[in-house]
Design a binder for this molecule. Structure first.
Ligand code: TPP
Ligand code: MG
Length: 486
């Protein structure tokens, strides 16, 4: 996204037929209805993206940190022969999953690689499965957008209504709770920059302040801030600034009287959602199991100077969104949603540790399932290469570009798109990039060390497999890595 690589990614995907999946950071680089766009990948991914990631024999990671969510805690890639090509300007990320580190700007890299792959296309069978997964996902999204649940209505329906009401150039802003995962899966982004998620830290309270920044950056776009009641309670004060500055926001506040996200997680680990409802503590039980706290969010928003509209049904919500569009000042639409009517997960898993020792049977059961699920975590180590000795350095020479044969020999390639930094004028292009491979003689004297992310420890591998040696190059900033070198 920051590289402005959308057009290059579009060309690369169309020409090769290789499917593209999106991290939170990159959603919108391709429009949702692009024929190669399988949508969200990882813990909050779509079935098509996750099934193809599971089976992929080659993953081209563009700008992604291959984080815990993107890799489904290292369970996302199950093909025993899977290889990674990591296109990024961050050297540490370039080496993840024993990938081929291609340190380059995303746009430049994709343009050059598309040209280098002239004539290559994925098989018809693979193409057909991509189309089928896409079609099924659109049907599933329509189902969730039209559940007709409640009232209280479902969060999926609210997302559908906001999505339908917004224009392609408008922006949805969010940060924390159950909304980011649901938006990642369901939001139909039509233009780059139409989807703004703070998912680096997923900070509750970012939403309204962040939305104000987005509006200041481009006042011509309507900004739809989607925020949970918990996050709203953490920081709603920038509503006042938005009114002071005449920066209109449309804020959709989804009130489910607590933490749907953390409540669901807590249930999944056998802890019954402890402490995640906004309820009175009942003296009889000593627990937070009394009545729902009477927080009036519409009154609160009006008190800060916003126009406040309450919506109960889907029709109310659609009318409110229509009214908000004609408003010139910040408008807060408060809609109650059913906390337990969640958008499900698809073909993925997240490593949330379950207590090893507990008297609760539900926790013991969850622990047993957790231990089984963890067996799928794959330790594809990072490669860190020690700075070679002066002799070895002089023996280094350009290696033949391995990218093209890797793609040509792959049957099930997949792109994961994220957010690399913008092109820098000093940055080398792929063809001029110095791929360094030590000669066979120098190979004897070079050693690699691999980090083991699961154990957070560092093992040292003295005899480097020749295949790895052809793809690693010295990392100039090695000393800054928290890793012991030889
Ligand atoms: C500043 C901050 N504190 C705590 C968390 C952990 N956390 C993530 S989601 C969440 C609850 C969010 O509640 P709400 O905004 O109502 O969204 P819901 O889960 O109901 O969708 C919490 C406590 C966080 N992400 N950020
Ligand atoms: Mg909530």
């Amino acid at each position: 996204m920051y590289s402005q690589a959308s057009e290059a990614l579009d060309q690369f995907a169309r020409r090769t037929g290789i499917p593209v999946t999106e991290t939170q950071a990159d959603k919108g680089s391709l429009p949702y209805d692009h024929p190669q766009n399988l949508g969200a990948v990882g813990v909050t991914g779509t079935p098509g993206a996750n099934i193809l990631a599971r089976d992929a024999d080659l993953v081209i990671a563009v700008g992604t940190r291959l984080s815990d969510f993107t890799t489904a805690s290292k369970t996302a890639f199950q093909n025993p022969k899977v290889r990674f090509i990591n296109i990024t300007v961050t050297e540490m990320d370039a080496s993840k999953h024993t990938g081929l580190p291609l340190a380059a700007d995303a746009r430049v890299a994709l343009l050059e690689l598309a040209a280098a792959l002239e004539g290559y296309r994925v098989s018809d069978e693979y193409s057909a499965s991509i189309s089928l997964f896409k079609q099924r996902w659109e049907e599933e999204t329509d189902r969730l957008f039209n559940l007709r649940h409640g009232p209280p209505i479902s969060q999926g329906e609210v997302i559908g209504a906001v999505n339908r009401s917004s224009r392609p150039q408008d922006v949805v802003v969010c940060a924390a709770g159950s909304l980011p995962g649901d938006l990642h899966k369901l939001w139909r982004t039509r233009q780059p920059g139409g989807y703004h998620l703070e998912y680096g830290y997923s900070s509750m309270g970012y939403e309204i302040a962040g939305g104000l920044g987005v509006k200041i950056a481009d006042p011509s776009r309507e900004v739809y801030v989607m925020v949970g009641d918990g996050s709203y309670l953490m920081m709603s004060s920038e509503i006042v600034t938005s009114i002071q500055e005449g920066c209109k926001l449309t804020i959709i506040l989804l009130d489910n009287h607590g933490f749907s996200s953390i409540g669901g997680l807590s249930q999944s680990i056998g802890s019954n959602g402890f402490g995640t409802d906004y309820r009175y503590r009942r003296p009889e039980s000593g627990q937070l199991d009394g009545d729902v706290l009477p927080v009036d969010f519409a009154l609160n928003a009006a008190g800060l100077g916003a126009r406040a509209i309450r919506a109960v049904t889907r029709e109310d919500l659609e009318r409110a969104l229509e009214e908000a569009r004609g408003e010139s000042r910040t408008t807060v639409i408060v809609v109650e949603v059913d906390k337990e009517m969640r958008v499900p997960g698809y073909e993925s898993w997240w490593d949330v540790a379950v207590a090893e020792v507990s008297e609760m049977e539900s926790v013991q059961r969850a622990r047993a399932q957790y231990e089984k699920a963890r067996e799928k975590e794959r330790d594809l180590p990072s490669i860190l290469l020690r700075r070679p000795s002066a002799n070895a350095q002089t023996a280094l020479r350009r290696a033949p570009e391995p990218f093209v044969p890797w793609v040509r020999n792959s049957c099930l390639a997949l792109v994961i798109a994220a957010t690399p930094a913008p092109a820098r004028t000093t940055f080398p292009t792929i063809t001029s990039f110095r791929w360094q491979r030590e000669s066979s003689r120098a190979g004897q004297s070079m050693e690699t060390s691999t980090t083991s992310p699961r154990s957070r420890s560092c093992q040292v591998v003295k005899s480097t497999p020749p295949e790895l040696m052809s793809m690693v190059r010295p990392l100039p900033t090695l000393s800054s890595f928290p890793c012991r070198t030889l």
